[in-house]
Ligand binder design. Structure first.
Ligand SMILES: Nc1ncnc2c1ncn2[C@@H]1O[C@H](COP(=O)(O)OP(=O)(O)O)[C@@H](O)[C@H]1O
Ligand SMILES: O=P(O)(O)O[C@H]1O[C@H](CO)[C@@H](O[C@H]2O[C@H](CO)[C@@H](O)[C@H](O)[C@H]2O)[C@H](O)[C@H]1O
Length: 457
């Protein structure tokens, strides 16, 4: 078996320099790396033929920003065919790879959770009565996102956070609060993984019930749009009409907001305190997406009007709500991934904010789903675009109806503030797409054009 002493830290750092930026979850894409340092290297144990190490890696960008990443690595003496795609380009010739791609290593995590103990400085914690079985077989979840998730025994979903910040992770924090409120619109939290103590605590992962029989809201919504665009019928006549689902989703989000408010409190603040930093973000985004420049005058006007909206109620919210963050089970909608926007600092993500930000996130997502199929479609006519936009409008209305019914107040009564949050999100999306999926950039840019029409010289 490859011996730890034989795998030189410097060689690993060299390999990570080219490997990390290629990972979907690497958040500092677009910035040149000034330095990369492995700051923790813990032996997690071994199974026949495989050894696993847990790495924390600090990556400093030119400009001084330092981000920390969690990288569990597998070590094998001989290359394994099915793991080749995940291997690090190690100059020493050893076979080292992304450990979370290997069922053997996932099993090691699974057993550590079941025994709720510690391996070196890494603590595996369970909620009372979690009852996690030993020996569960795991598999990595197909979709690569901001983090890496694995399914254990088809009953638990273990998410390993990739970007690590010192402090309380909001996904764990909010799931714990919602458990106290007996909220049925989230998958119950069963366990989490942390390291360090008190002021130096970092949370590394969490396990919650796996909703096996569920579909992502994004998939269901896209199927509805596809059906609509394929014919000339009106949504009301179609089985795939999404409006009843959108209405229930609005109700589910309002219930979650009410539970978070009850458990973690509210604060009445002037709208200017929540809207003030939107302008800075919009202006800052021009450096990444220069096409945003011509929208700045209208954006400033919208934000100034939103700032004058008066007092608004603030509380903890989801922070990055979209159709990919909601699961439809046979009986209900579940909200997942309460981490907030990956690009924000932990402090920003844990701040109280307006629930309208979540509503705006979902309205943006209806717009994304409606227009996604038209990306790059040279044959799409104005009429096709109008039908797609009508789908987004219909489902936005249904969502707000469902929300208002449960919340007792209607998000549409705060149209200007809601518009400012939609603009904030669309600009965030433009930066996200420019960095991650440039062929999607047109989607948020169309919305920016609608919310802050361009002023051309
Ligand atoms: N409790 C769950 N049950 C079933 N599938 C889930 C559950 N939680 C997340 N997923 C699936 O895993 C994917 C990634 O989860 P998410 O929490 O959004 O991770 P990330 O932080 O990486 O974006 C989701 O899009 C969803 O398809
Ligand atoms: O990975 P996360 O779920 O934390 O979120 C990031 O990636 C999302 C894309 O996967 C991105 O969402 C955007 O695209 C979605 C469709 O793929 C759409 O439903 C969302 O409305 C749109 O914002 C999200 O913004 C980003 O934070």
């Amino acid at each position: 078996m490859t011996d730890k002493a034989n795998v030189d830290t410097e060689a690993l750092e060299q390999a990570l320099l080219s490997w990390l930026p290629q990972q979907r979850w690497f958040a500092a894409k677009g910035a040149a790396i000034a330095s990369l340092n492995i700051v923790a290297r813990v032996d997690l144990g071994s199974r026949p033929g495989v050894r696993v190490e847990h790495l924390l890696v600090d990556v400093e960008s030119v400009g001084g920003d330092v981000q920390q990443y969690q990288v569990p690595l597998g070590f094998r003496d001989a290359p394994a065919e099915d793991l080749m795609a995940w291997s690090l380009p190690l100059s020493t010739g050893q076979f080292v790879y992304d450990g979370l791609r290997d069922a053997e290593i996932i099993a090691l995590y699974s057993d550590a959770l079941a025994s709720a103990g510690s391996i070196g400085p890494i603590d595996f914690r369970t909620v009372p009565g979690a009852g996690i079985d030993i020996g569960m077989v795991g598999r990595v979840l197909g979709a690569e996102q901001s983090n890496t998730s694995v399914i254990l025994g088809e009953v638990l979903l273990l998410k390993l956070f990739r970007r690590i910040s010192t402090g309380i992770n909001p996904d764990i924090e909010l799931h714990r609060a919602l458990a106290k409120a007996d909220c049925t619109y989230v998958a119950p939290l069963r366990a989490w993984i942390e390291t360090g103590s008190d002021g130096e605590l970092s949370m590394l992962g969490m396990a919650q019930d796996f909703a096996a029989d569920s579909d992502e809201g994004w998939t269901t919504a896209l199927a509805s749009v596809r059906d609509l665009l394929a014919g000339d019928r009106v949504p009301e006549e179609m089985d795939s009409d999404f409006a009843p689902e959108a209405r229930e989703l609005g109700a589910a989000v309002a219930h979650v907001h009410a539970d978070l408010a009850r458990e973690l409190g509210t604060d009445e603040r002037d709208a200017s305190s929540t809207v003030a930093d939107i302008l800075g973000r919009v202006e800052g985004a021009v450096a990444v997406v220069p096409e945003l420049a011509e929208h700045l005058p209208a954006a400033r006007e919208l934000i100034a009007r939103a700032e004058a909206s008066g007092p608004t109620s603030m509380q903890r919210i989801h922070g990055d709500l979209h159709l990919g963050q909601v699961l439809r089970t046979p009986s209900t909608w579940l909200l997942i991934d309460f981490e907030g926007e990956p690009a924000k600092s932990l402090d920003e993500r844990r701040r109280m904010d307006s629930p309208l930000r979540d509503v705006a996130g979902m309205l943006r997502s209806f717009d994304y789903a409606a227009h996604h199929l038209l990306l790059g479609d040279a044959d799409a006519t104005d009429e096709t675009y109008a039908r797609a936009s009508a789908w987004a409008a219909r489902n936005s209305e249904a969502f707000c109806d469902g929300y208002a019914e449960v919340a007792g107040h209607d998000p549409r009564d705060h149209a200007t503030l809601l518009g400012a949050y939609e603009l904030d999100k669309a600009v965030y999306e433009a930066v996200y797409e420019a960095r991650n999926r440039p062929t999607w950039l047109d989607l948020p840019m169309r919305a920016v054009g609608r919310l802050a029409p361009p002023v051309r010289a």
